[in-house]
Design a binder for this molecule. Structure first.
Ligand code: MRU
Length: 349
């Protein structure tokens, strides 16, 4: 494996550089994006994925777009920029971080009513940089709060990829695991494959191996058996959107693991920054669930694995009810039940 760790997204001068996660772990290819449409396409085709990472990418797409609106009239600039904000928001619907980041960047327009176009461009870029840098700091804080809930020598199960690759760096669920490993190198991780896009197999195992953290890859359908054999002490996963009552959307299959963890009395934690919480959504039923191309299920690396013409469903996320969640680890600390009250409070901090 190459020595140098490539961040999932970064600036190279005025270009947005995106590590193409579709070809990991076998190739490290970086996409150079010089206009917002290239970033939008990278988000919707999952060259970059993971809720916080696509929030950061959305903000950077807007900073790129702001420079190319070809007008010196602030009013025209604001009209065109607002239209671009709507377009970026639609790139992927479930992760709250994308709309959160777009709303924060778009707010720059209202906060600077008398600014020139050059000033607006600079402030928009400043906000995109703030979102990028704050994500890393938040993940480190999630890690330091989260490591306290990991028992000594724990065997931790995680799902999908909620690591450095899914964020600006460090990771949420994998941030907790990184921080726990720093104080207790005897922990071990089980990473589920995560059909159909294989984020667990391709990305989580890659990240943890590079960090030197012991990881064992398992198929998604072996979770129950492993729990039954008492080989899992705690589950830690990320989140795409958390409703006001704590119901949490995450990668399809998370709900299944939460039900199993509940049955086996294994603690089940969510690790996520507050930018994943959507206080405008009262419960999980209202969370929009992205339906992706069935070809991702019927084909693997472009080759069919199902009979030609087979029908398939491909919801990208499911919702875990708050009753199955032991706690939510945020950058402000651990959020416990009852969630409605605790979530309101953590958002005020
Ligand atoms: O479809 P993906 O790969 O974007 O889904 C990613 C997940 O579900 C992650 O668990 C979630 O975004 C949290 S990432 C810190």
């Amino acid at each position: 494996m190459p020595e140098k760790w490539l961040p999932p997204i970064y600036w190279d001068g005025d270009a947005v550089m995106i590590l193409d996660q579709r070809v990991l772990p076998h190739r490290e290819r970086t996409l150079r994006c010089t206009n917002p449409n290239q970033v939008i396409s990278a988000i919707s085709t999952m060259a970059i994925r993971g809720a916080p990472a696509i929030g950061v990418a959305g903000a950077m797409a807007l900073a790129l777009g702001a420079r190319n609106l070809s007008t010196s009239d602030p009013k025209t600039f604001k009209r065109k920029f607002s239209a671009l904000c709507e377009k970026v928001k639609r790139a992927r619907p479930t992760g709250r971080n994308l709309s959160w980041a777009v709303e924060r960047v778009c707010a720059v327009l209202g906060e600077n009513p008398n600014a020139t176009v050059a000033e607006l461009e600079a402030n928009i870029r400043g906000m995109a940089d703030t979102i990028l840098n704050k994500d890393i700091v938040d993940n480190q804080a999630i890690g330091s709060y989260g490591r306290k809930i990991i028992p000594r020598g724990a065997r931790i199960l995680t799902y999908c990829n909620a690591g450095a690759l899914a964020t600006a760096d460090y990771g949420t669920a994998l941030g907790v695991i990184r921080a726990a490993y720093d104080v207790d190198p005897s922990i071990q991780v089980y990473s589920c494959e995560t059909r159909p896009f294989l984020q667990g197999c391709r990305l989580t195992v890659y990240e943890l191996m590079r960090a030197g953290i012991p990881v064992t890859l398992i198929t998604d359908n072996s979770v129950g058996s492993l729990m039954c054999q008492k080989k899992v002490d705690v589950v830690v996963v990320g989140a795409d959107r958390i409703a006001a009552n704590g119901d949490t959307a995450n990668k399809i299959g998370t709900y299944m693991i939460a039900v199993l963890a509940h049955h086996h009395k294994i603690p089940f934690y969510i690790a996520a920054p507050r930018s994943t919480i959507d206080p405008t959504i009262s419960d999980g039923e209202a969370i929009p669930i992205e339906q992706r191309d069935p070809r991702e299920v019927t084909h693997f690396h472009g080759r069919p694995v199902a009979p030609g013409g087979a029908q398939a469903l491909n919801p990208a996320f499911d919702v875990t009810p708050h009753s199955l969640i032991t706690g939510i680890i945020t950058e402000k600390g651990l959020v416990n039940k009852p969630y409605s009250k605790a979530i309101r409070k953590v958002l005020e901090d």
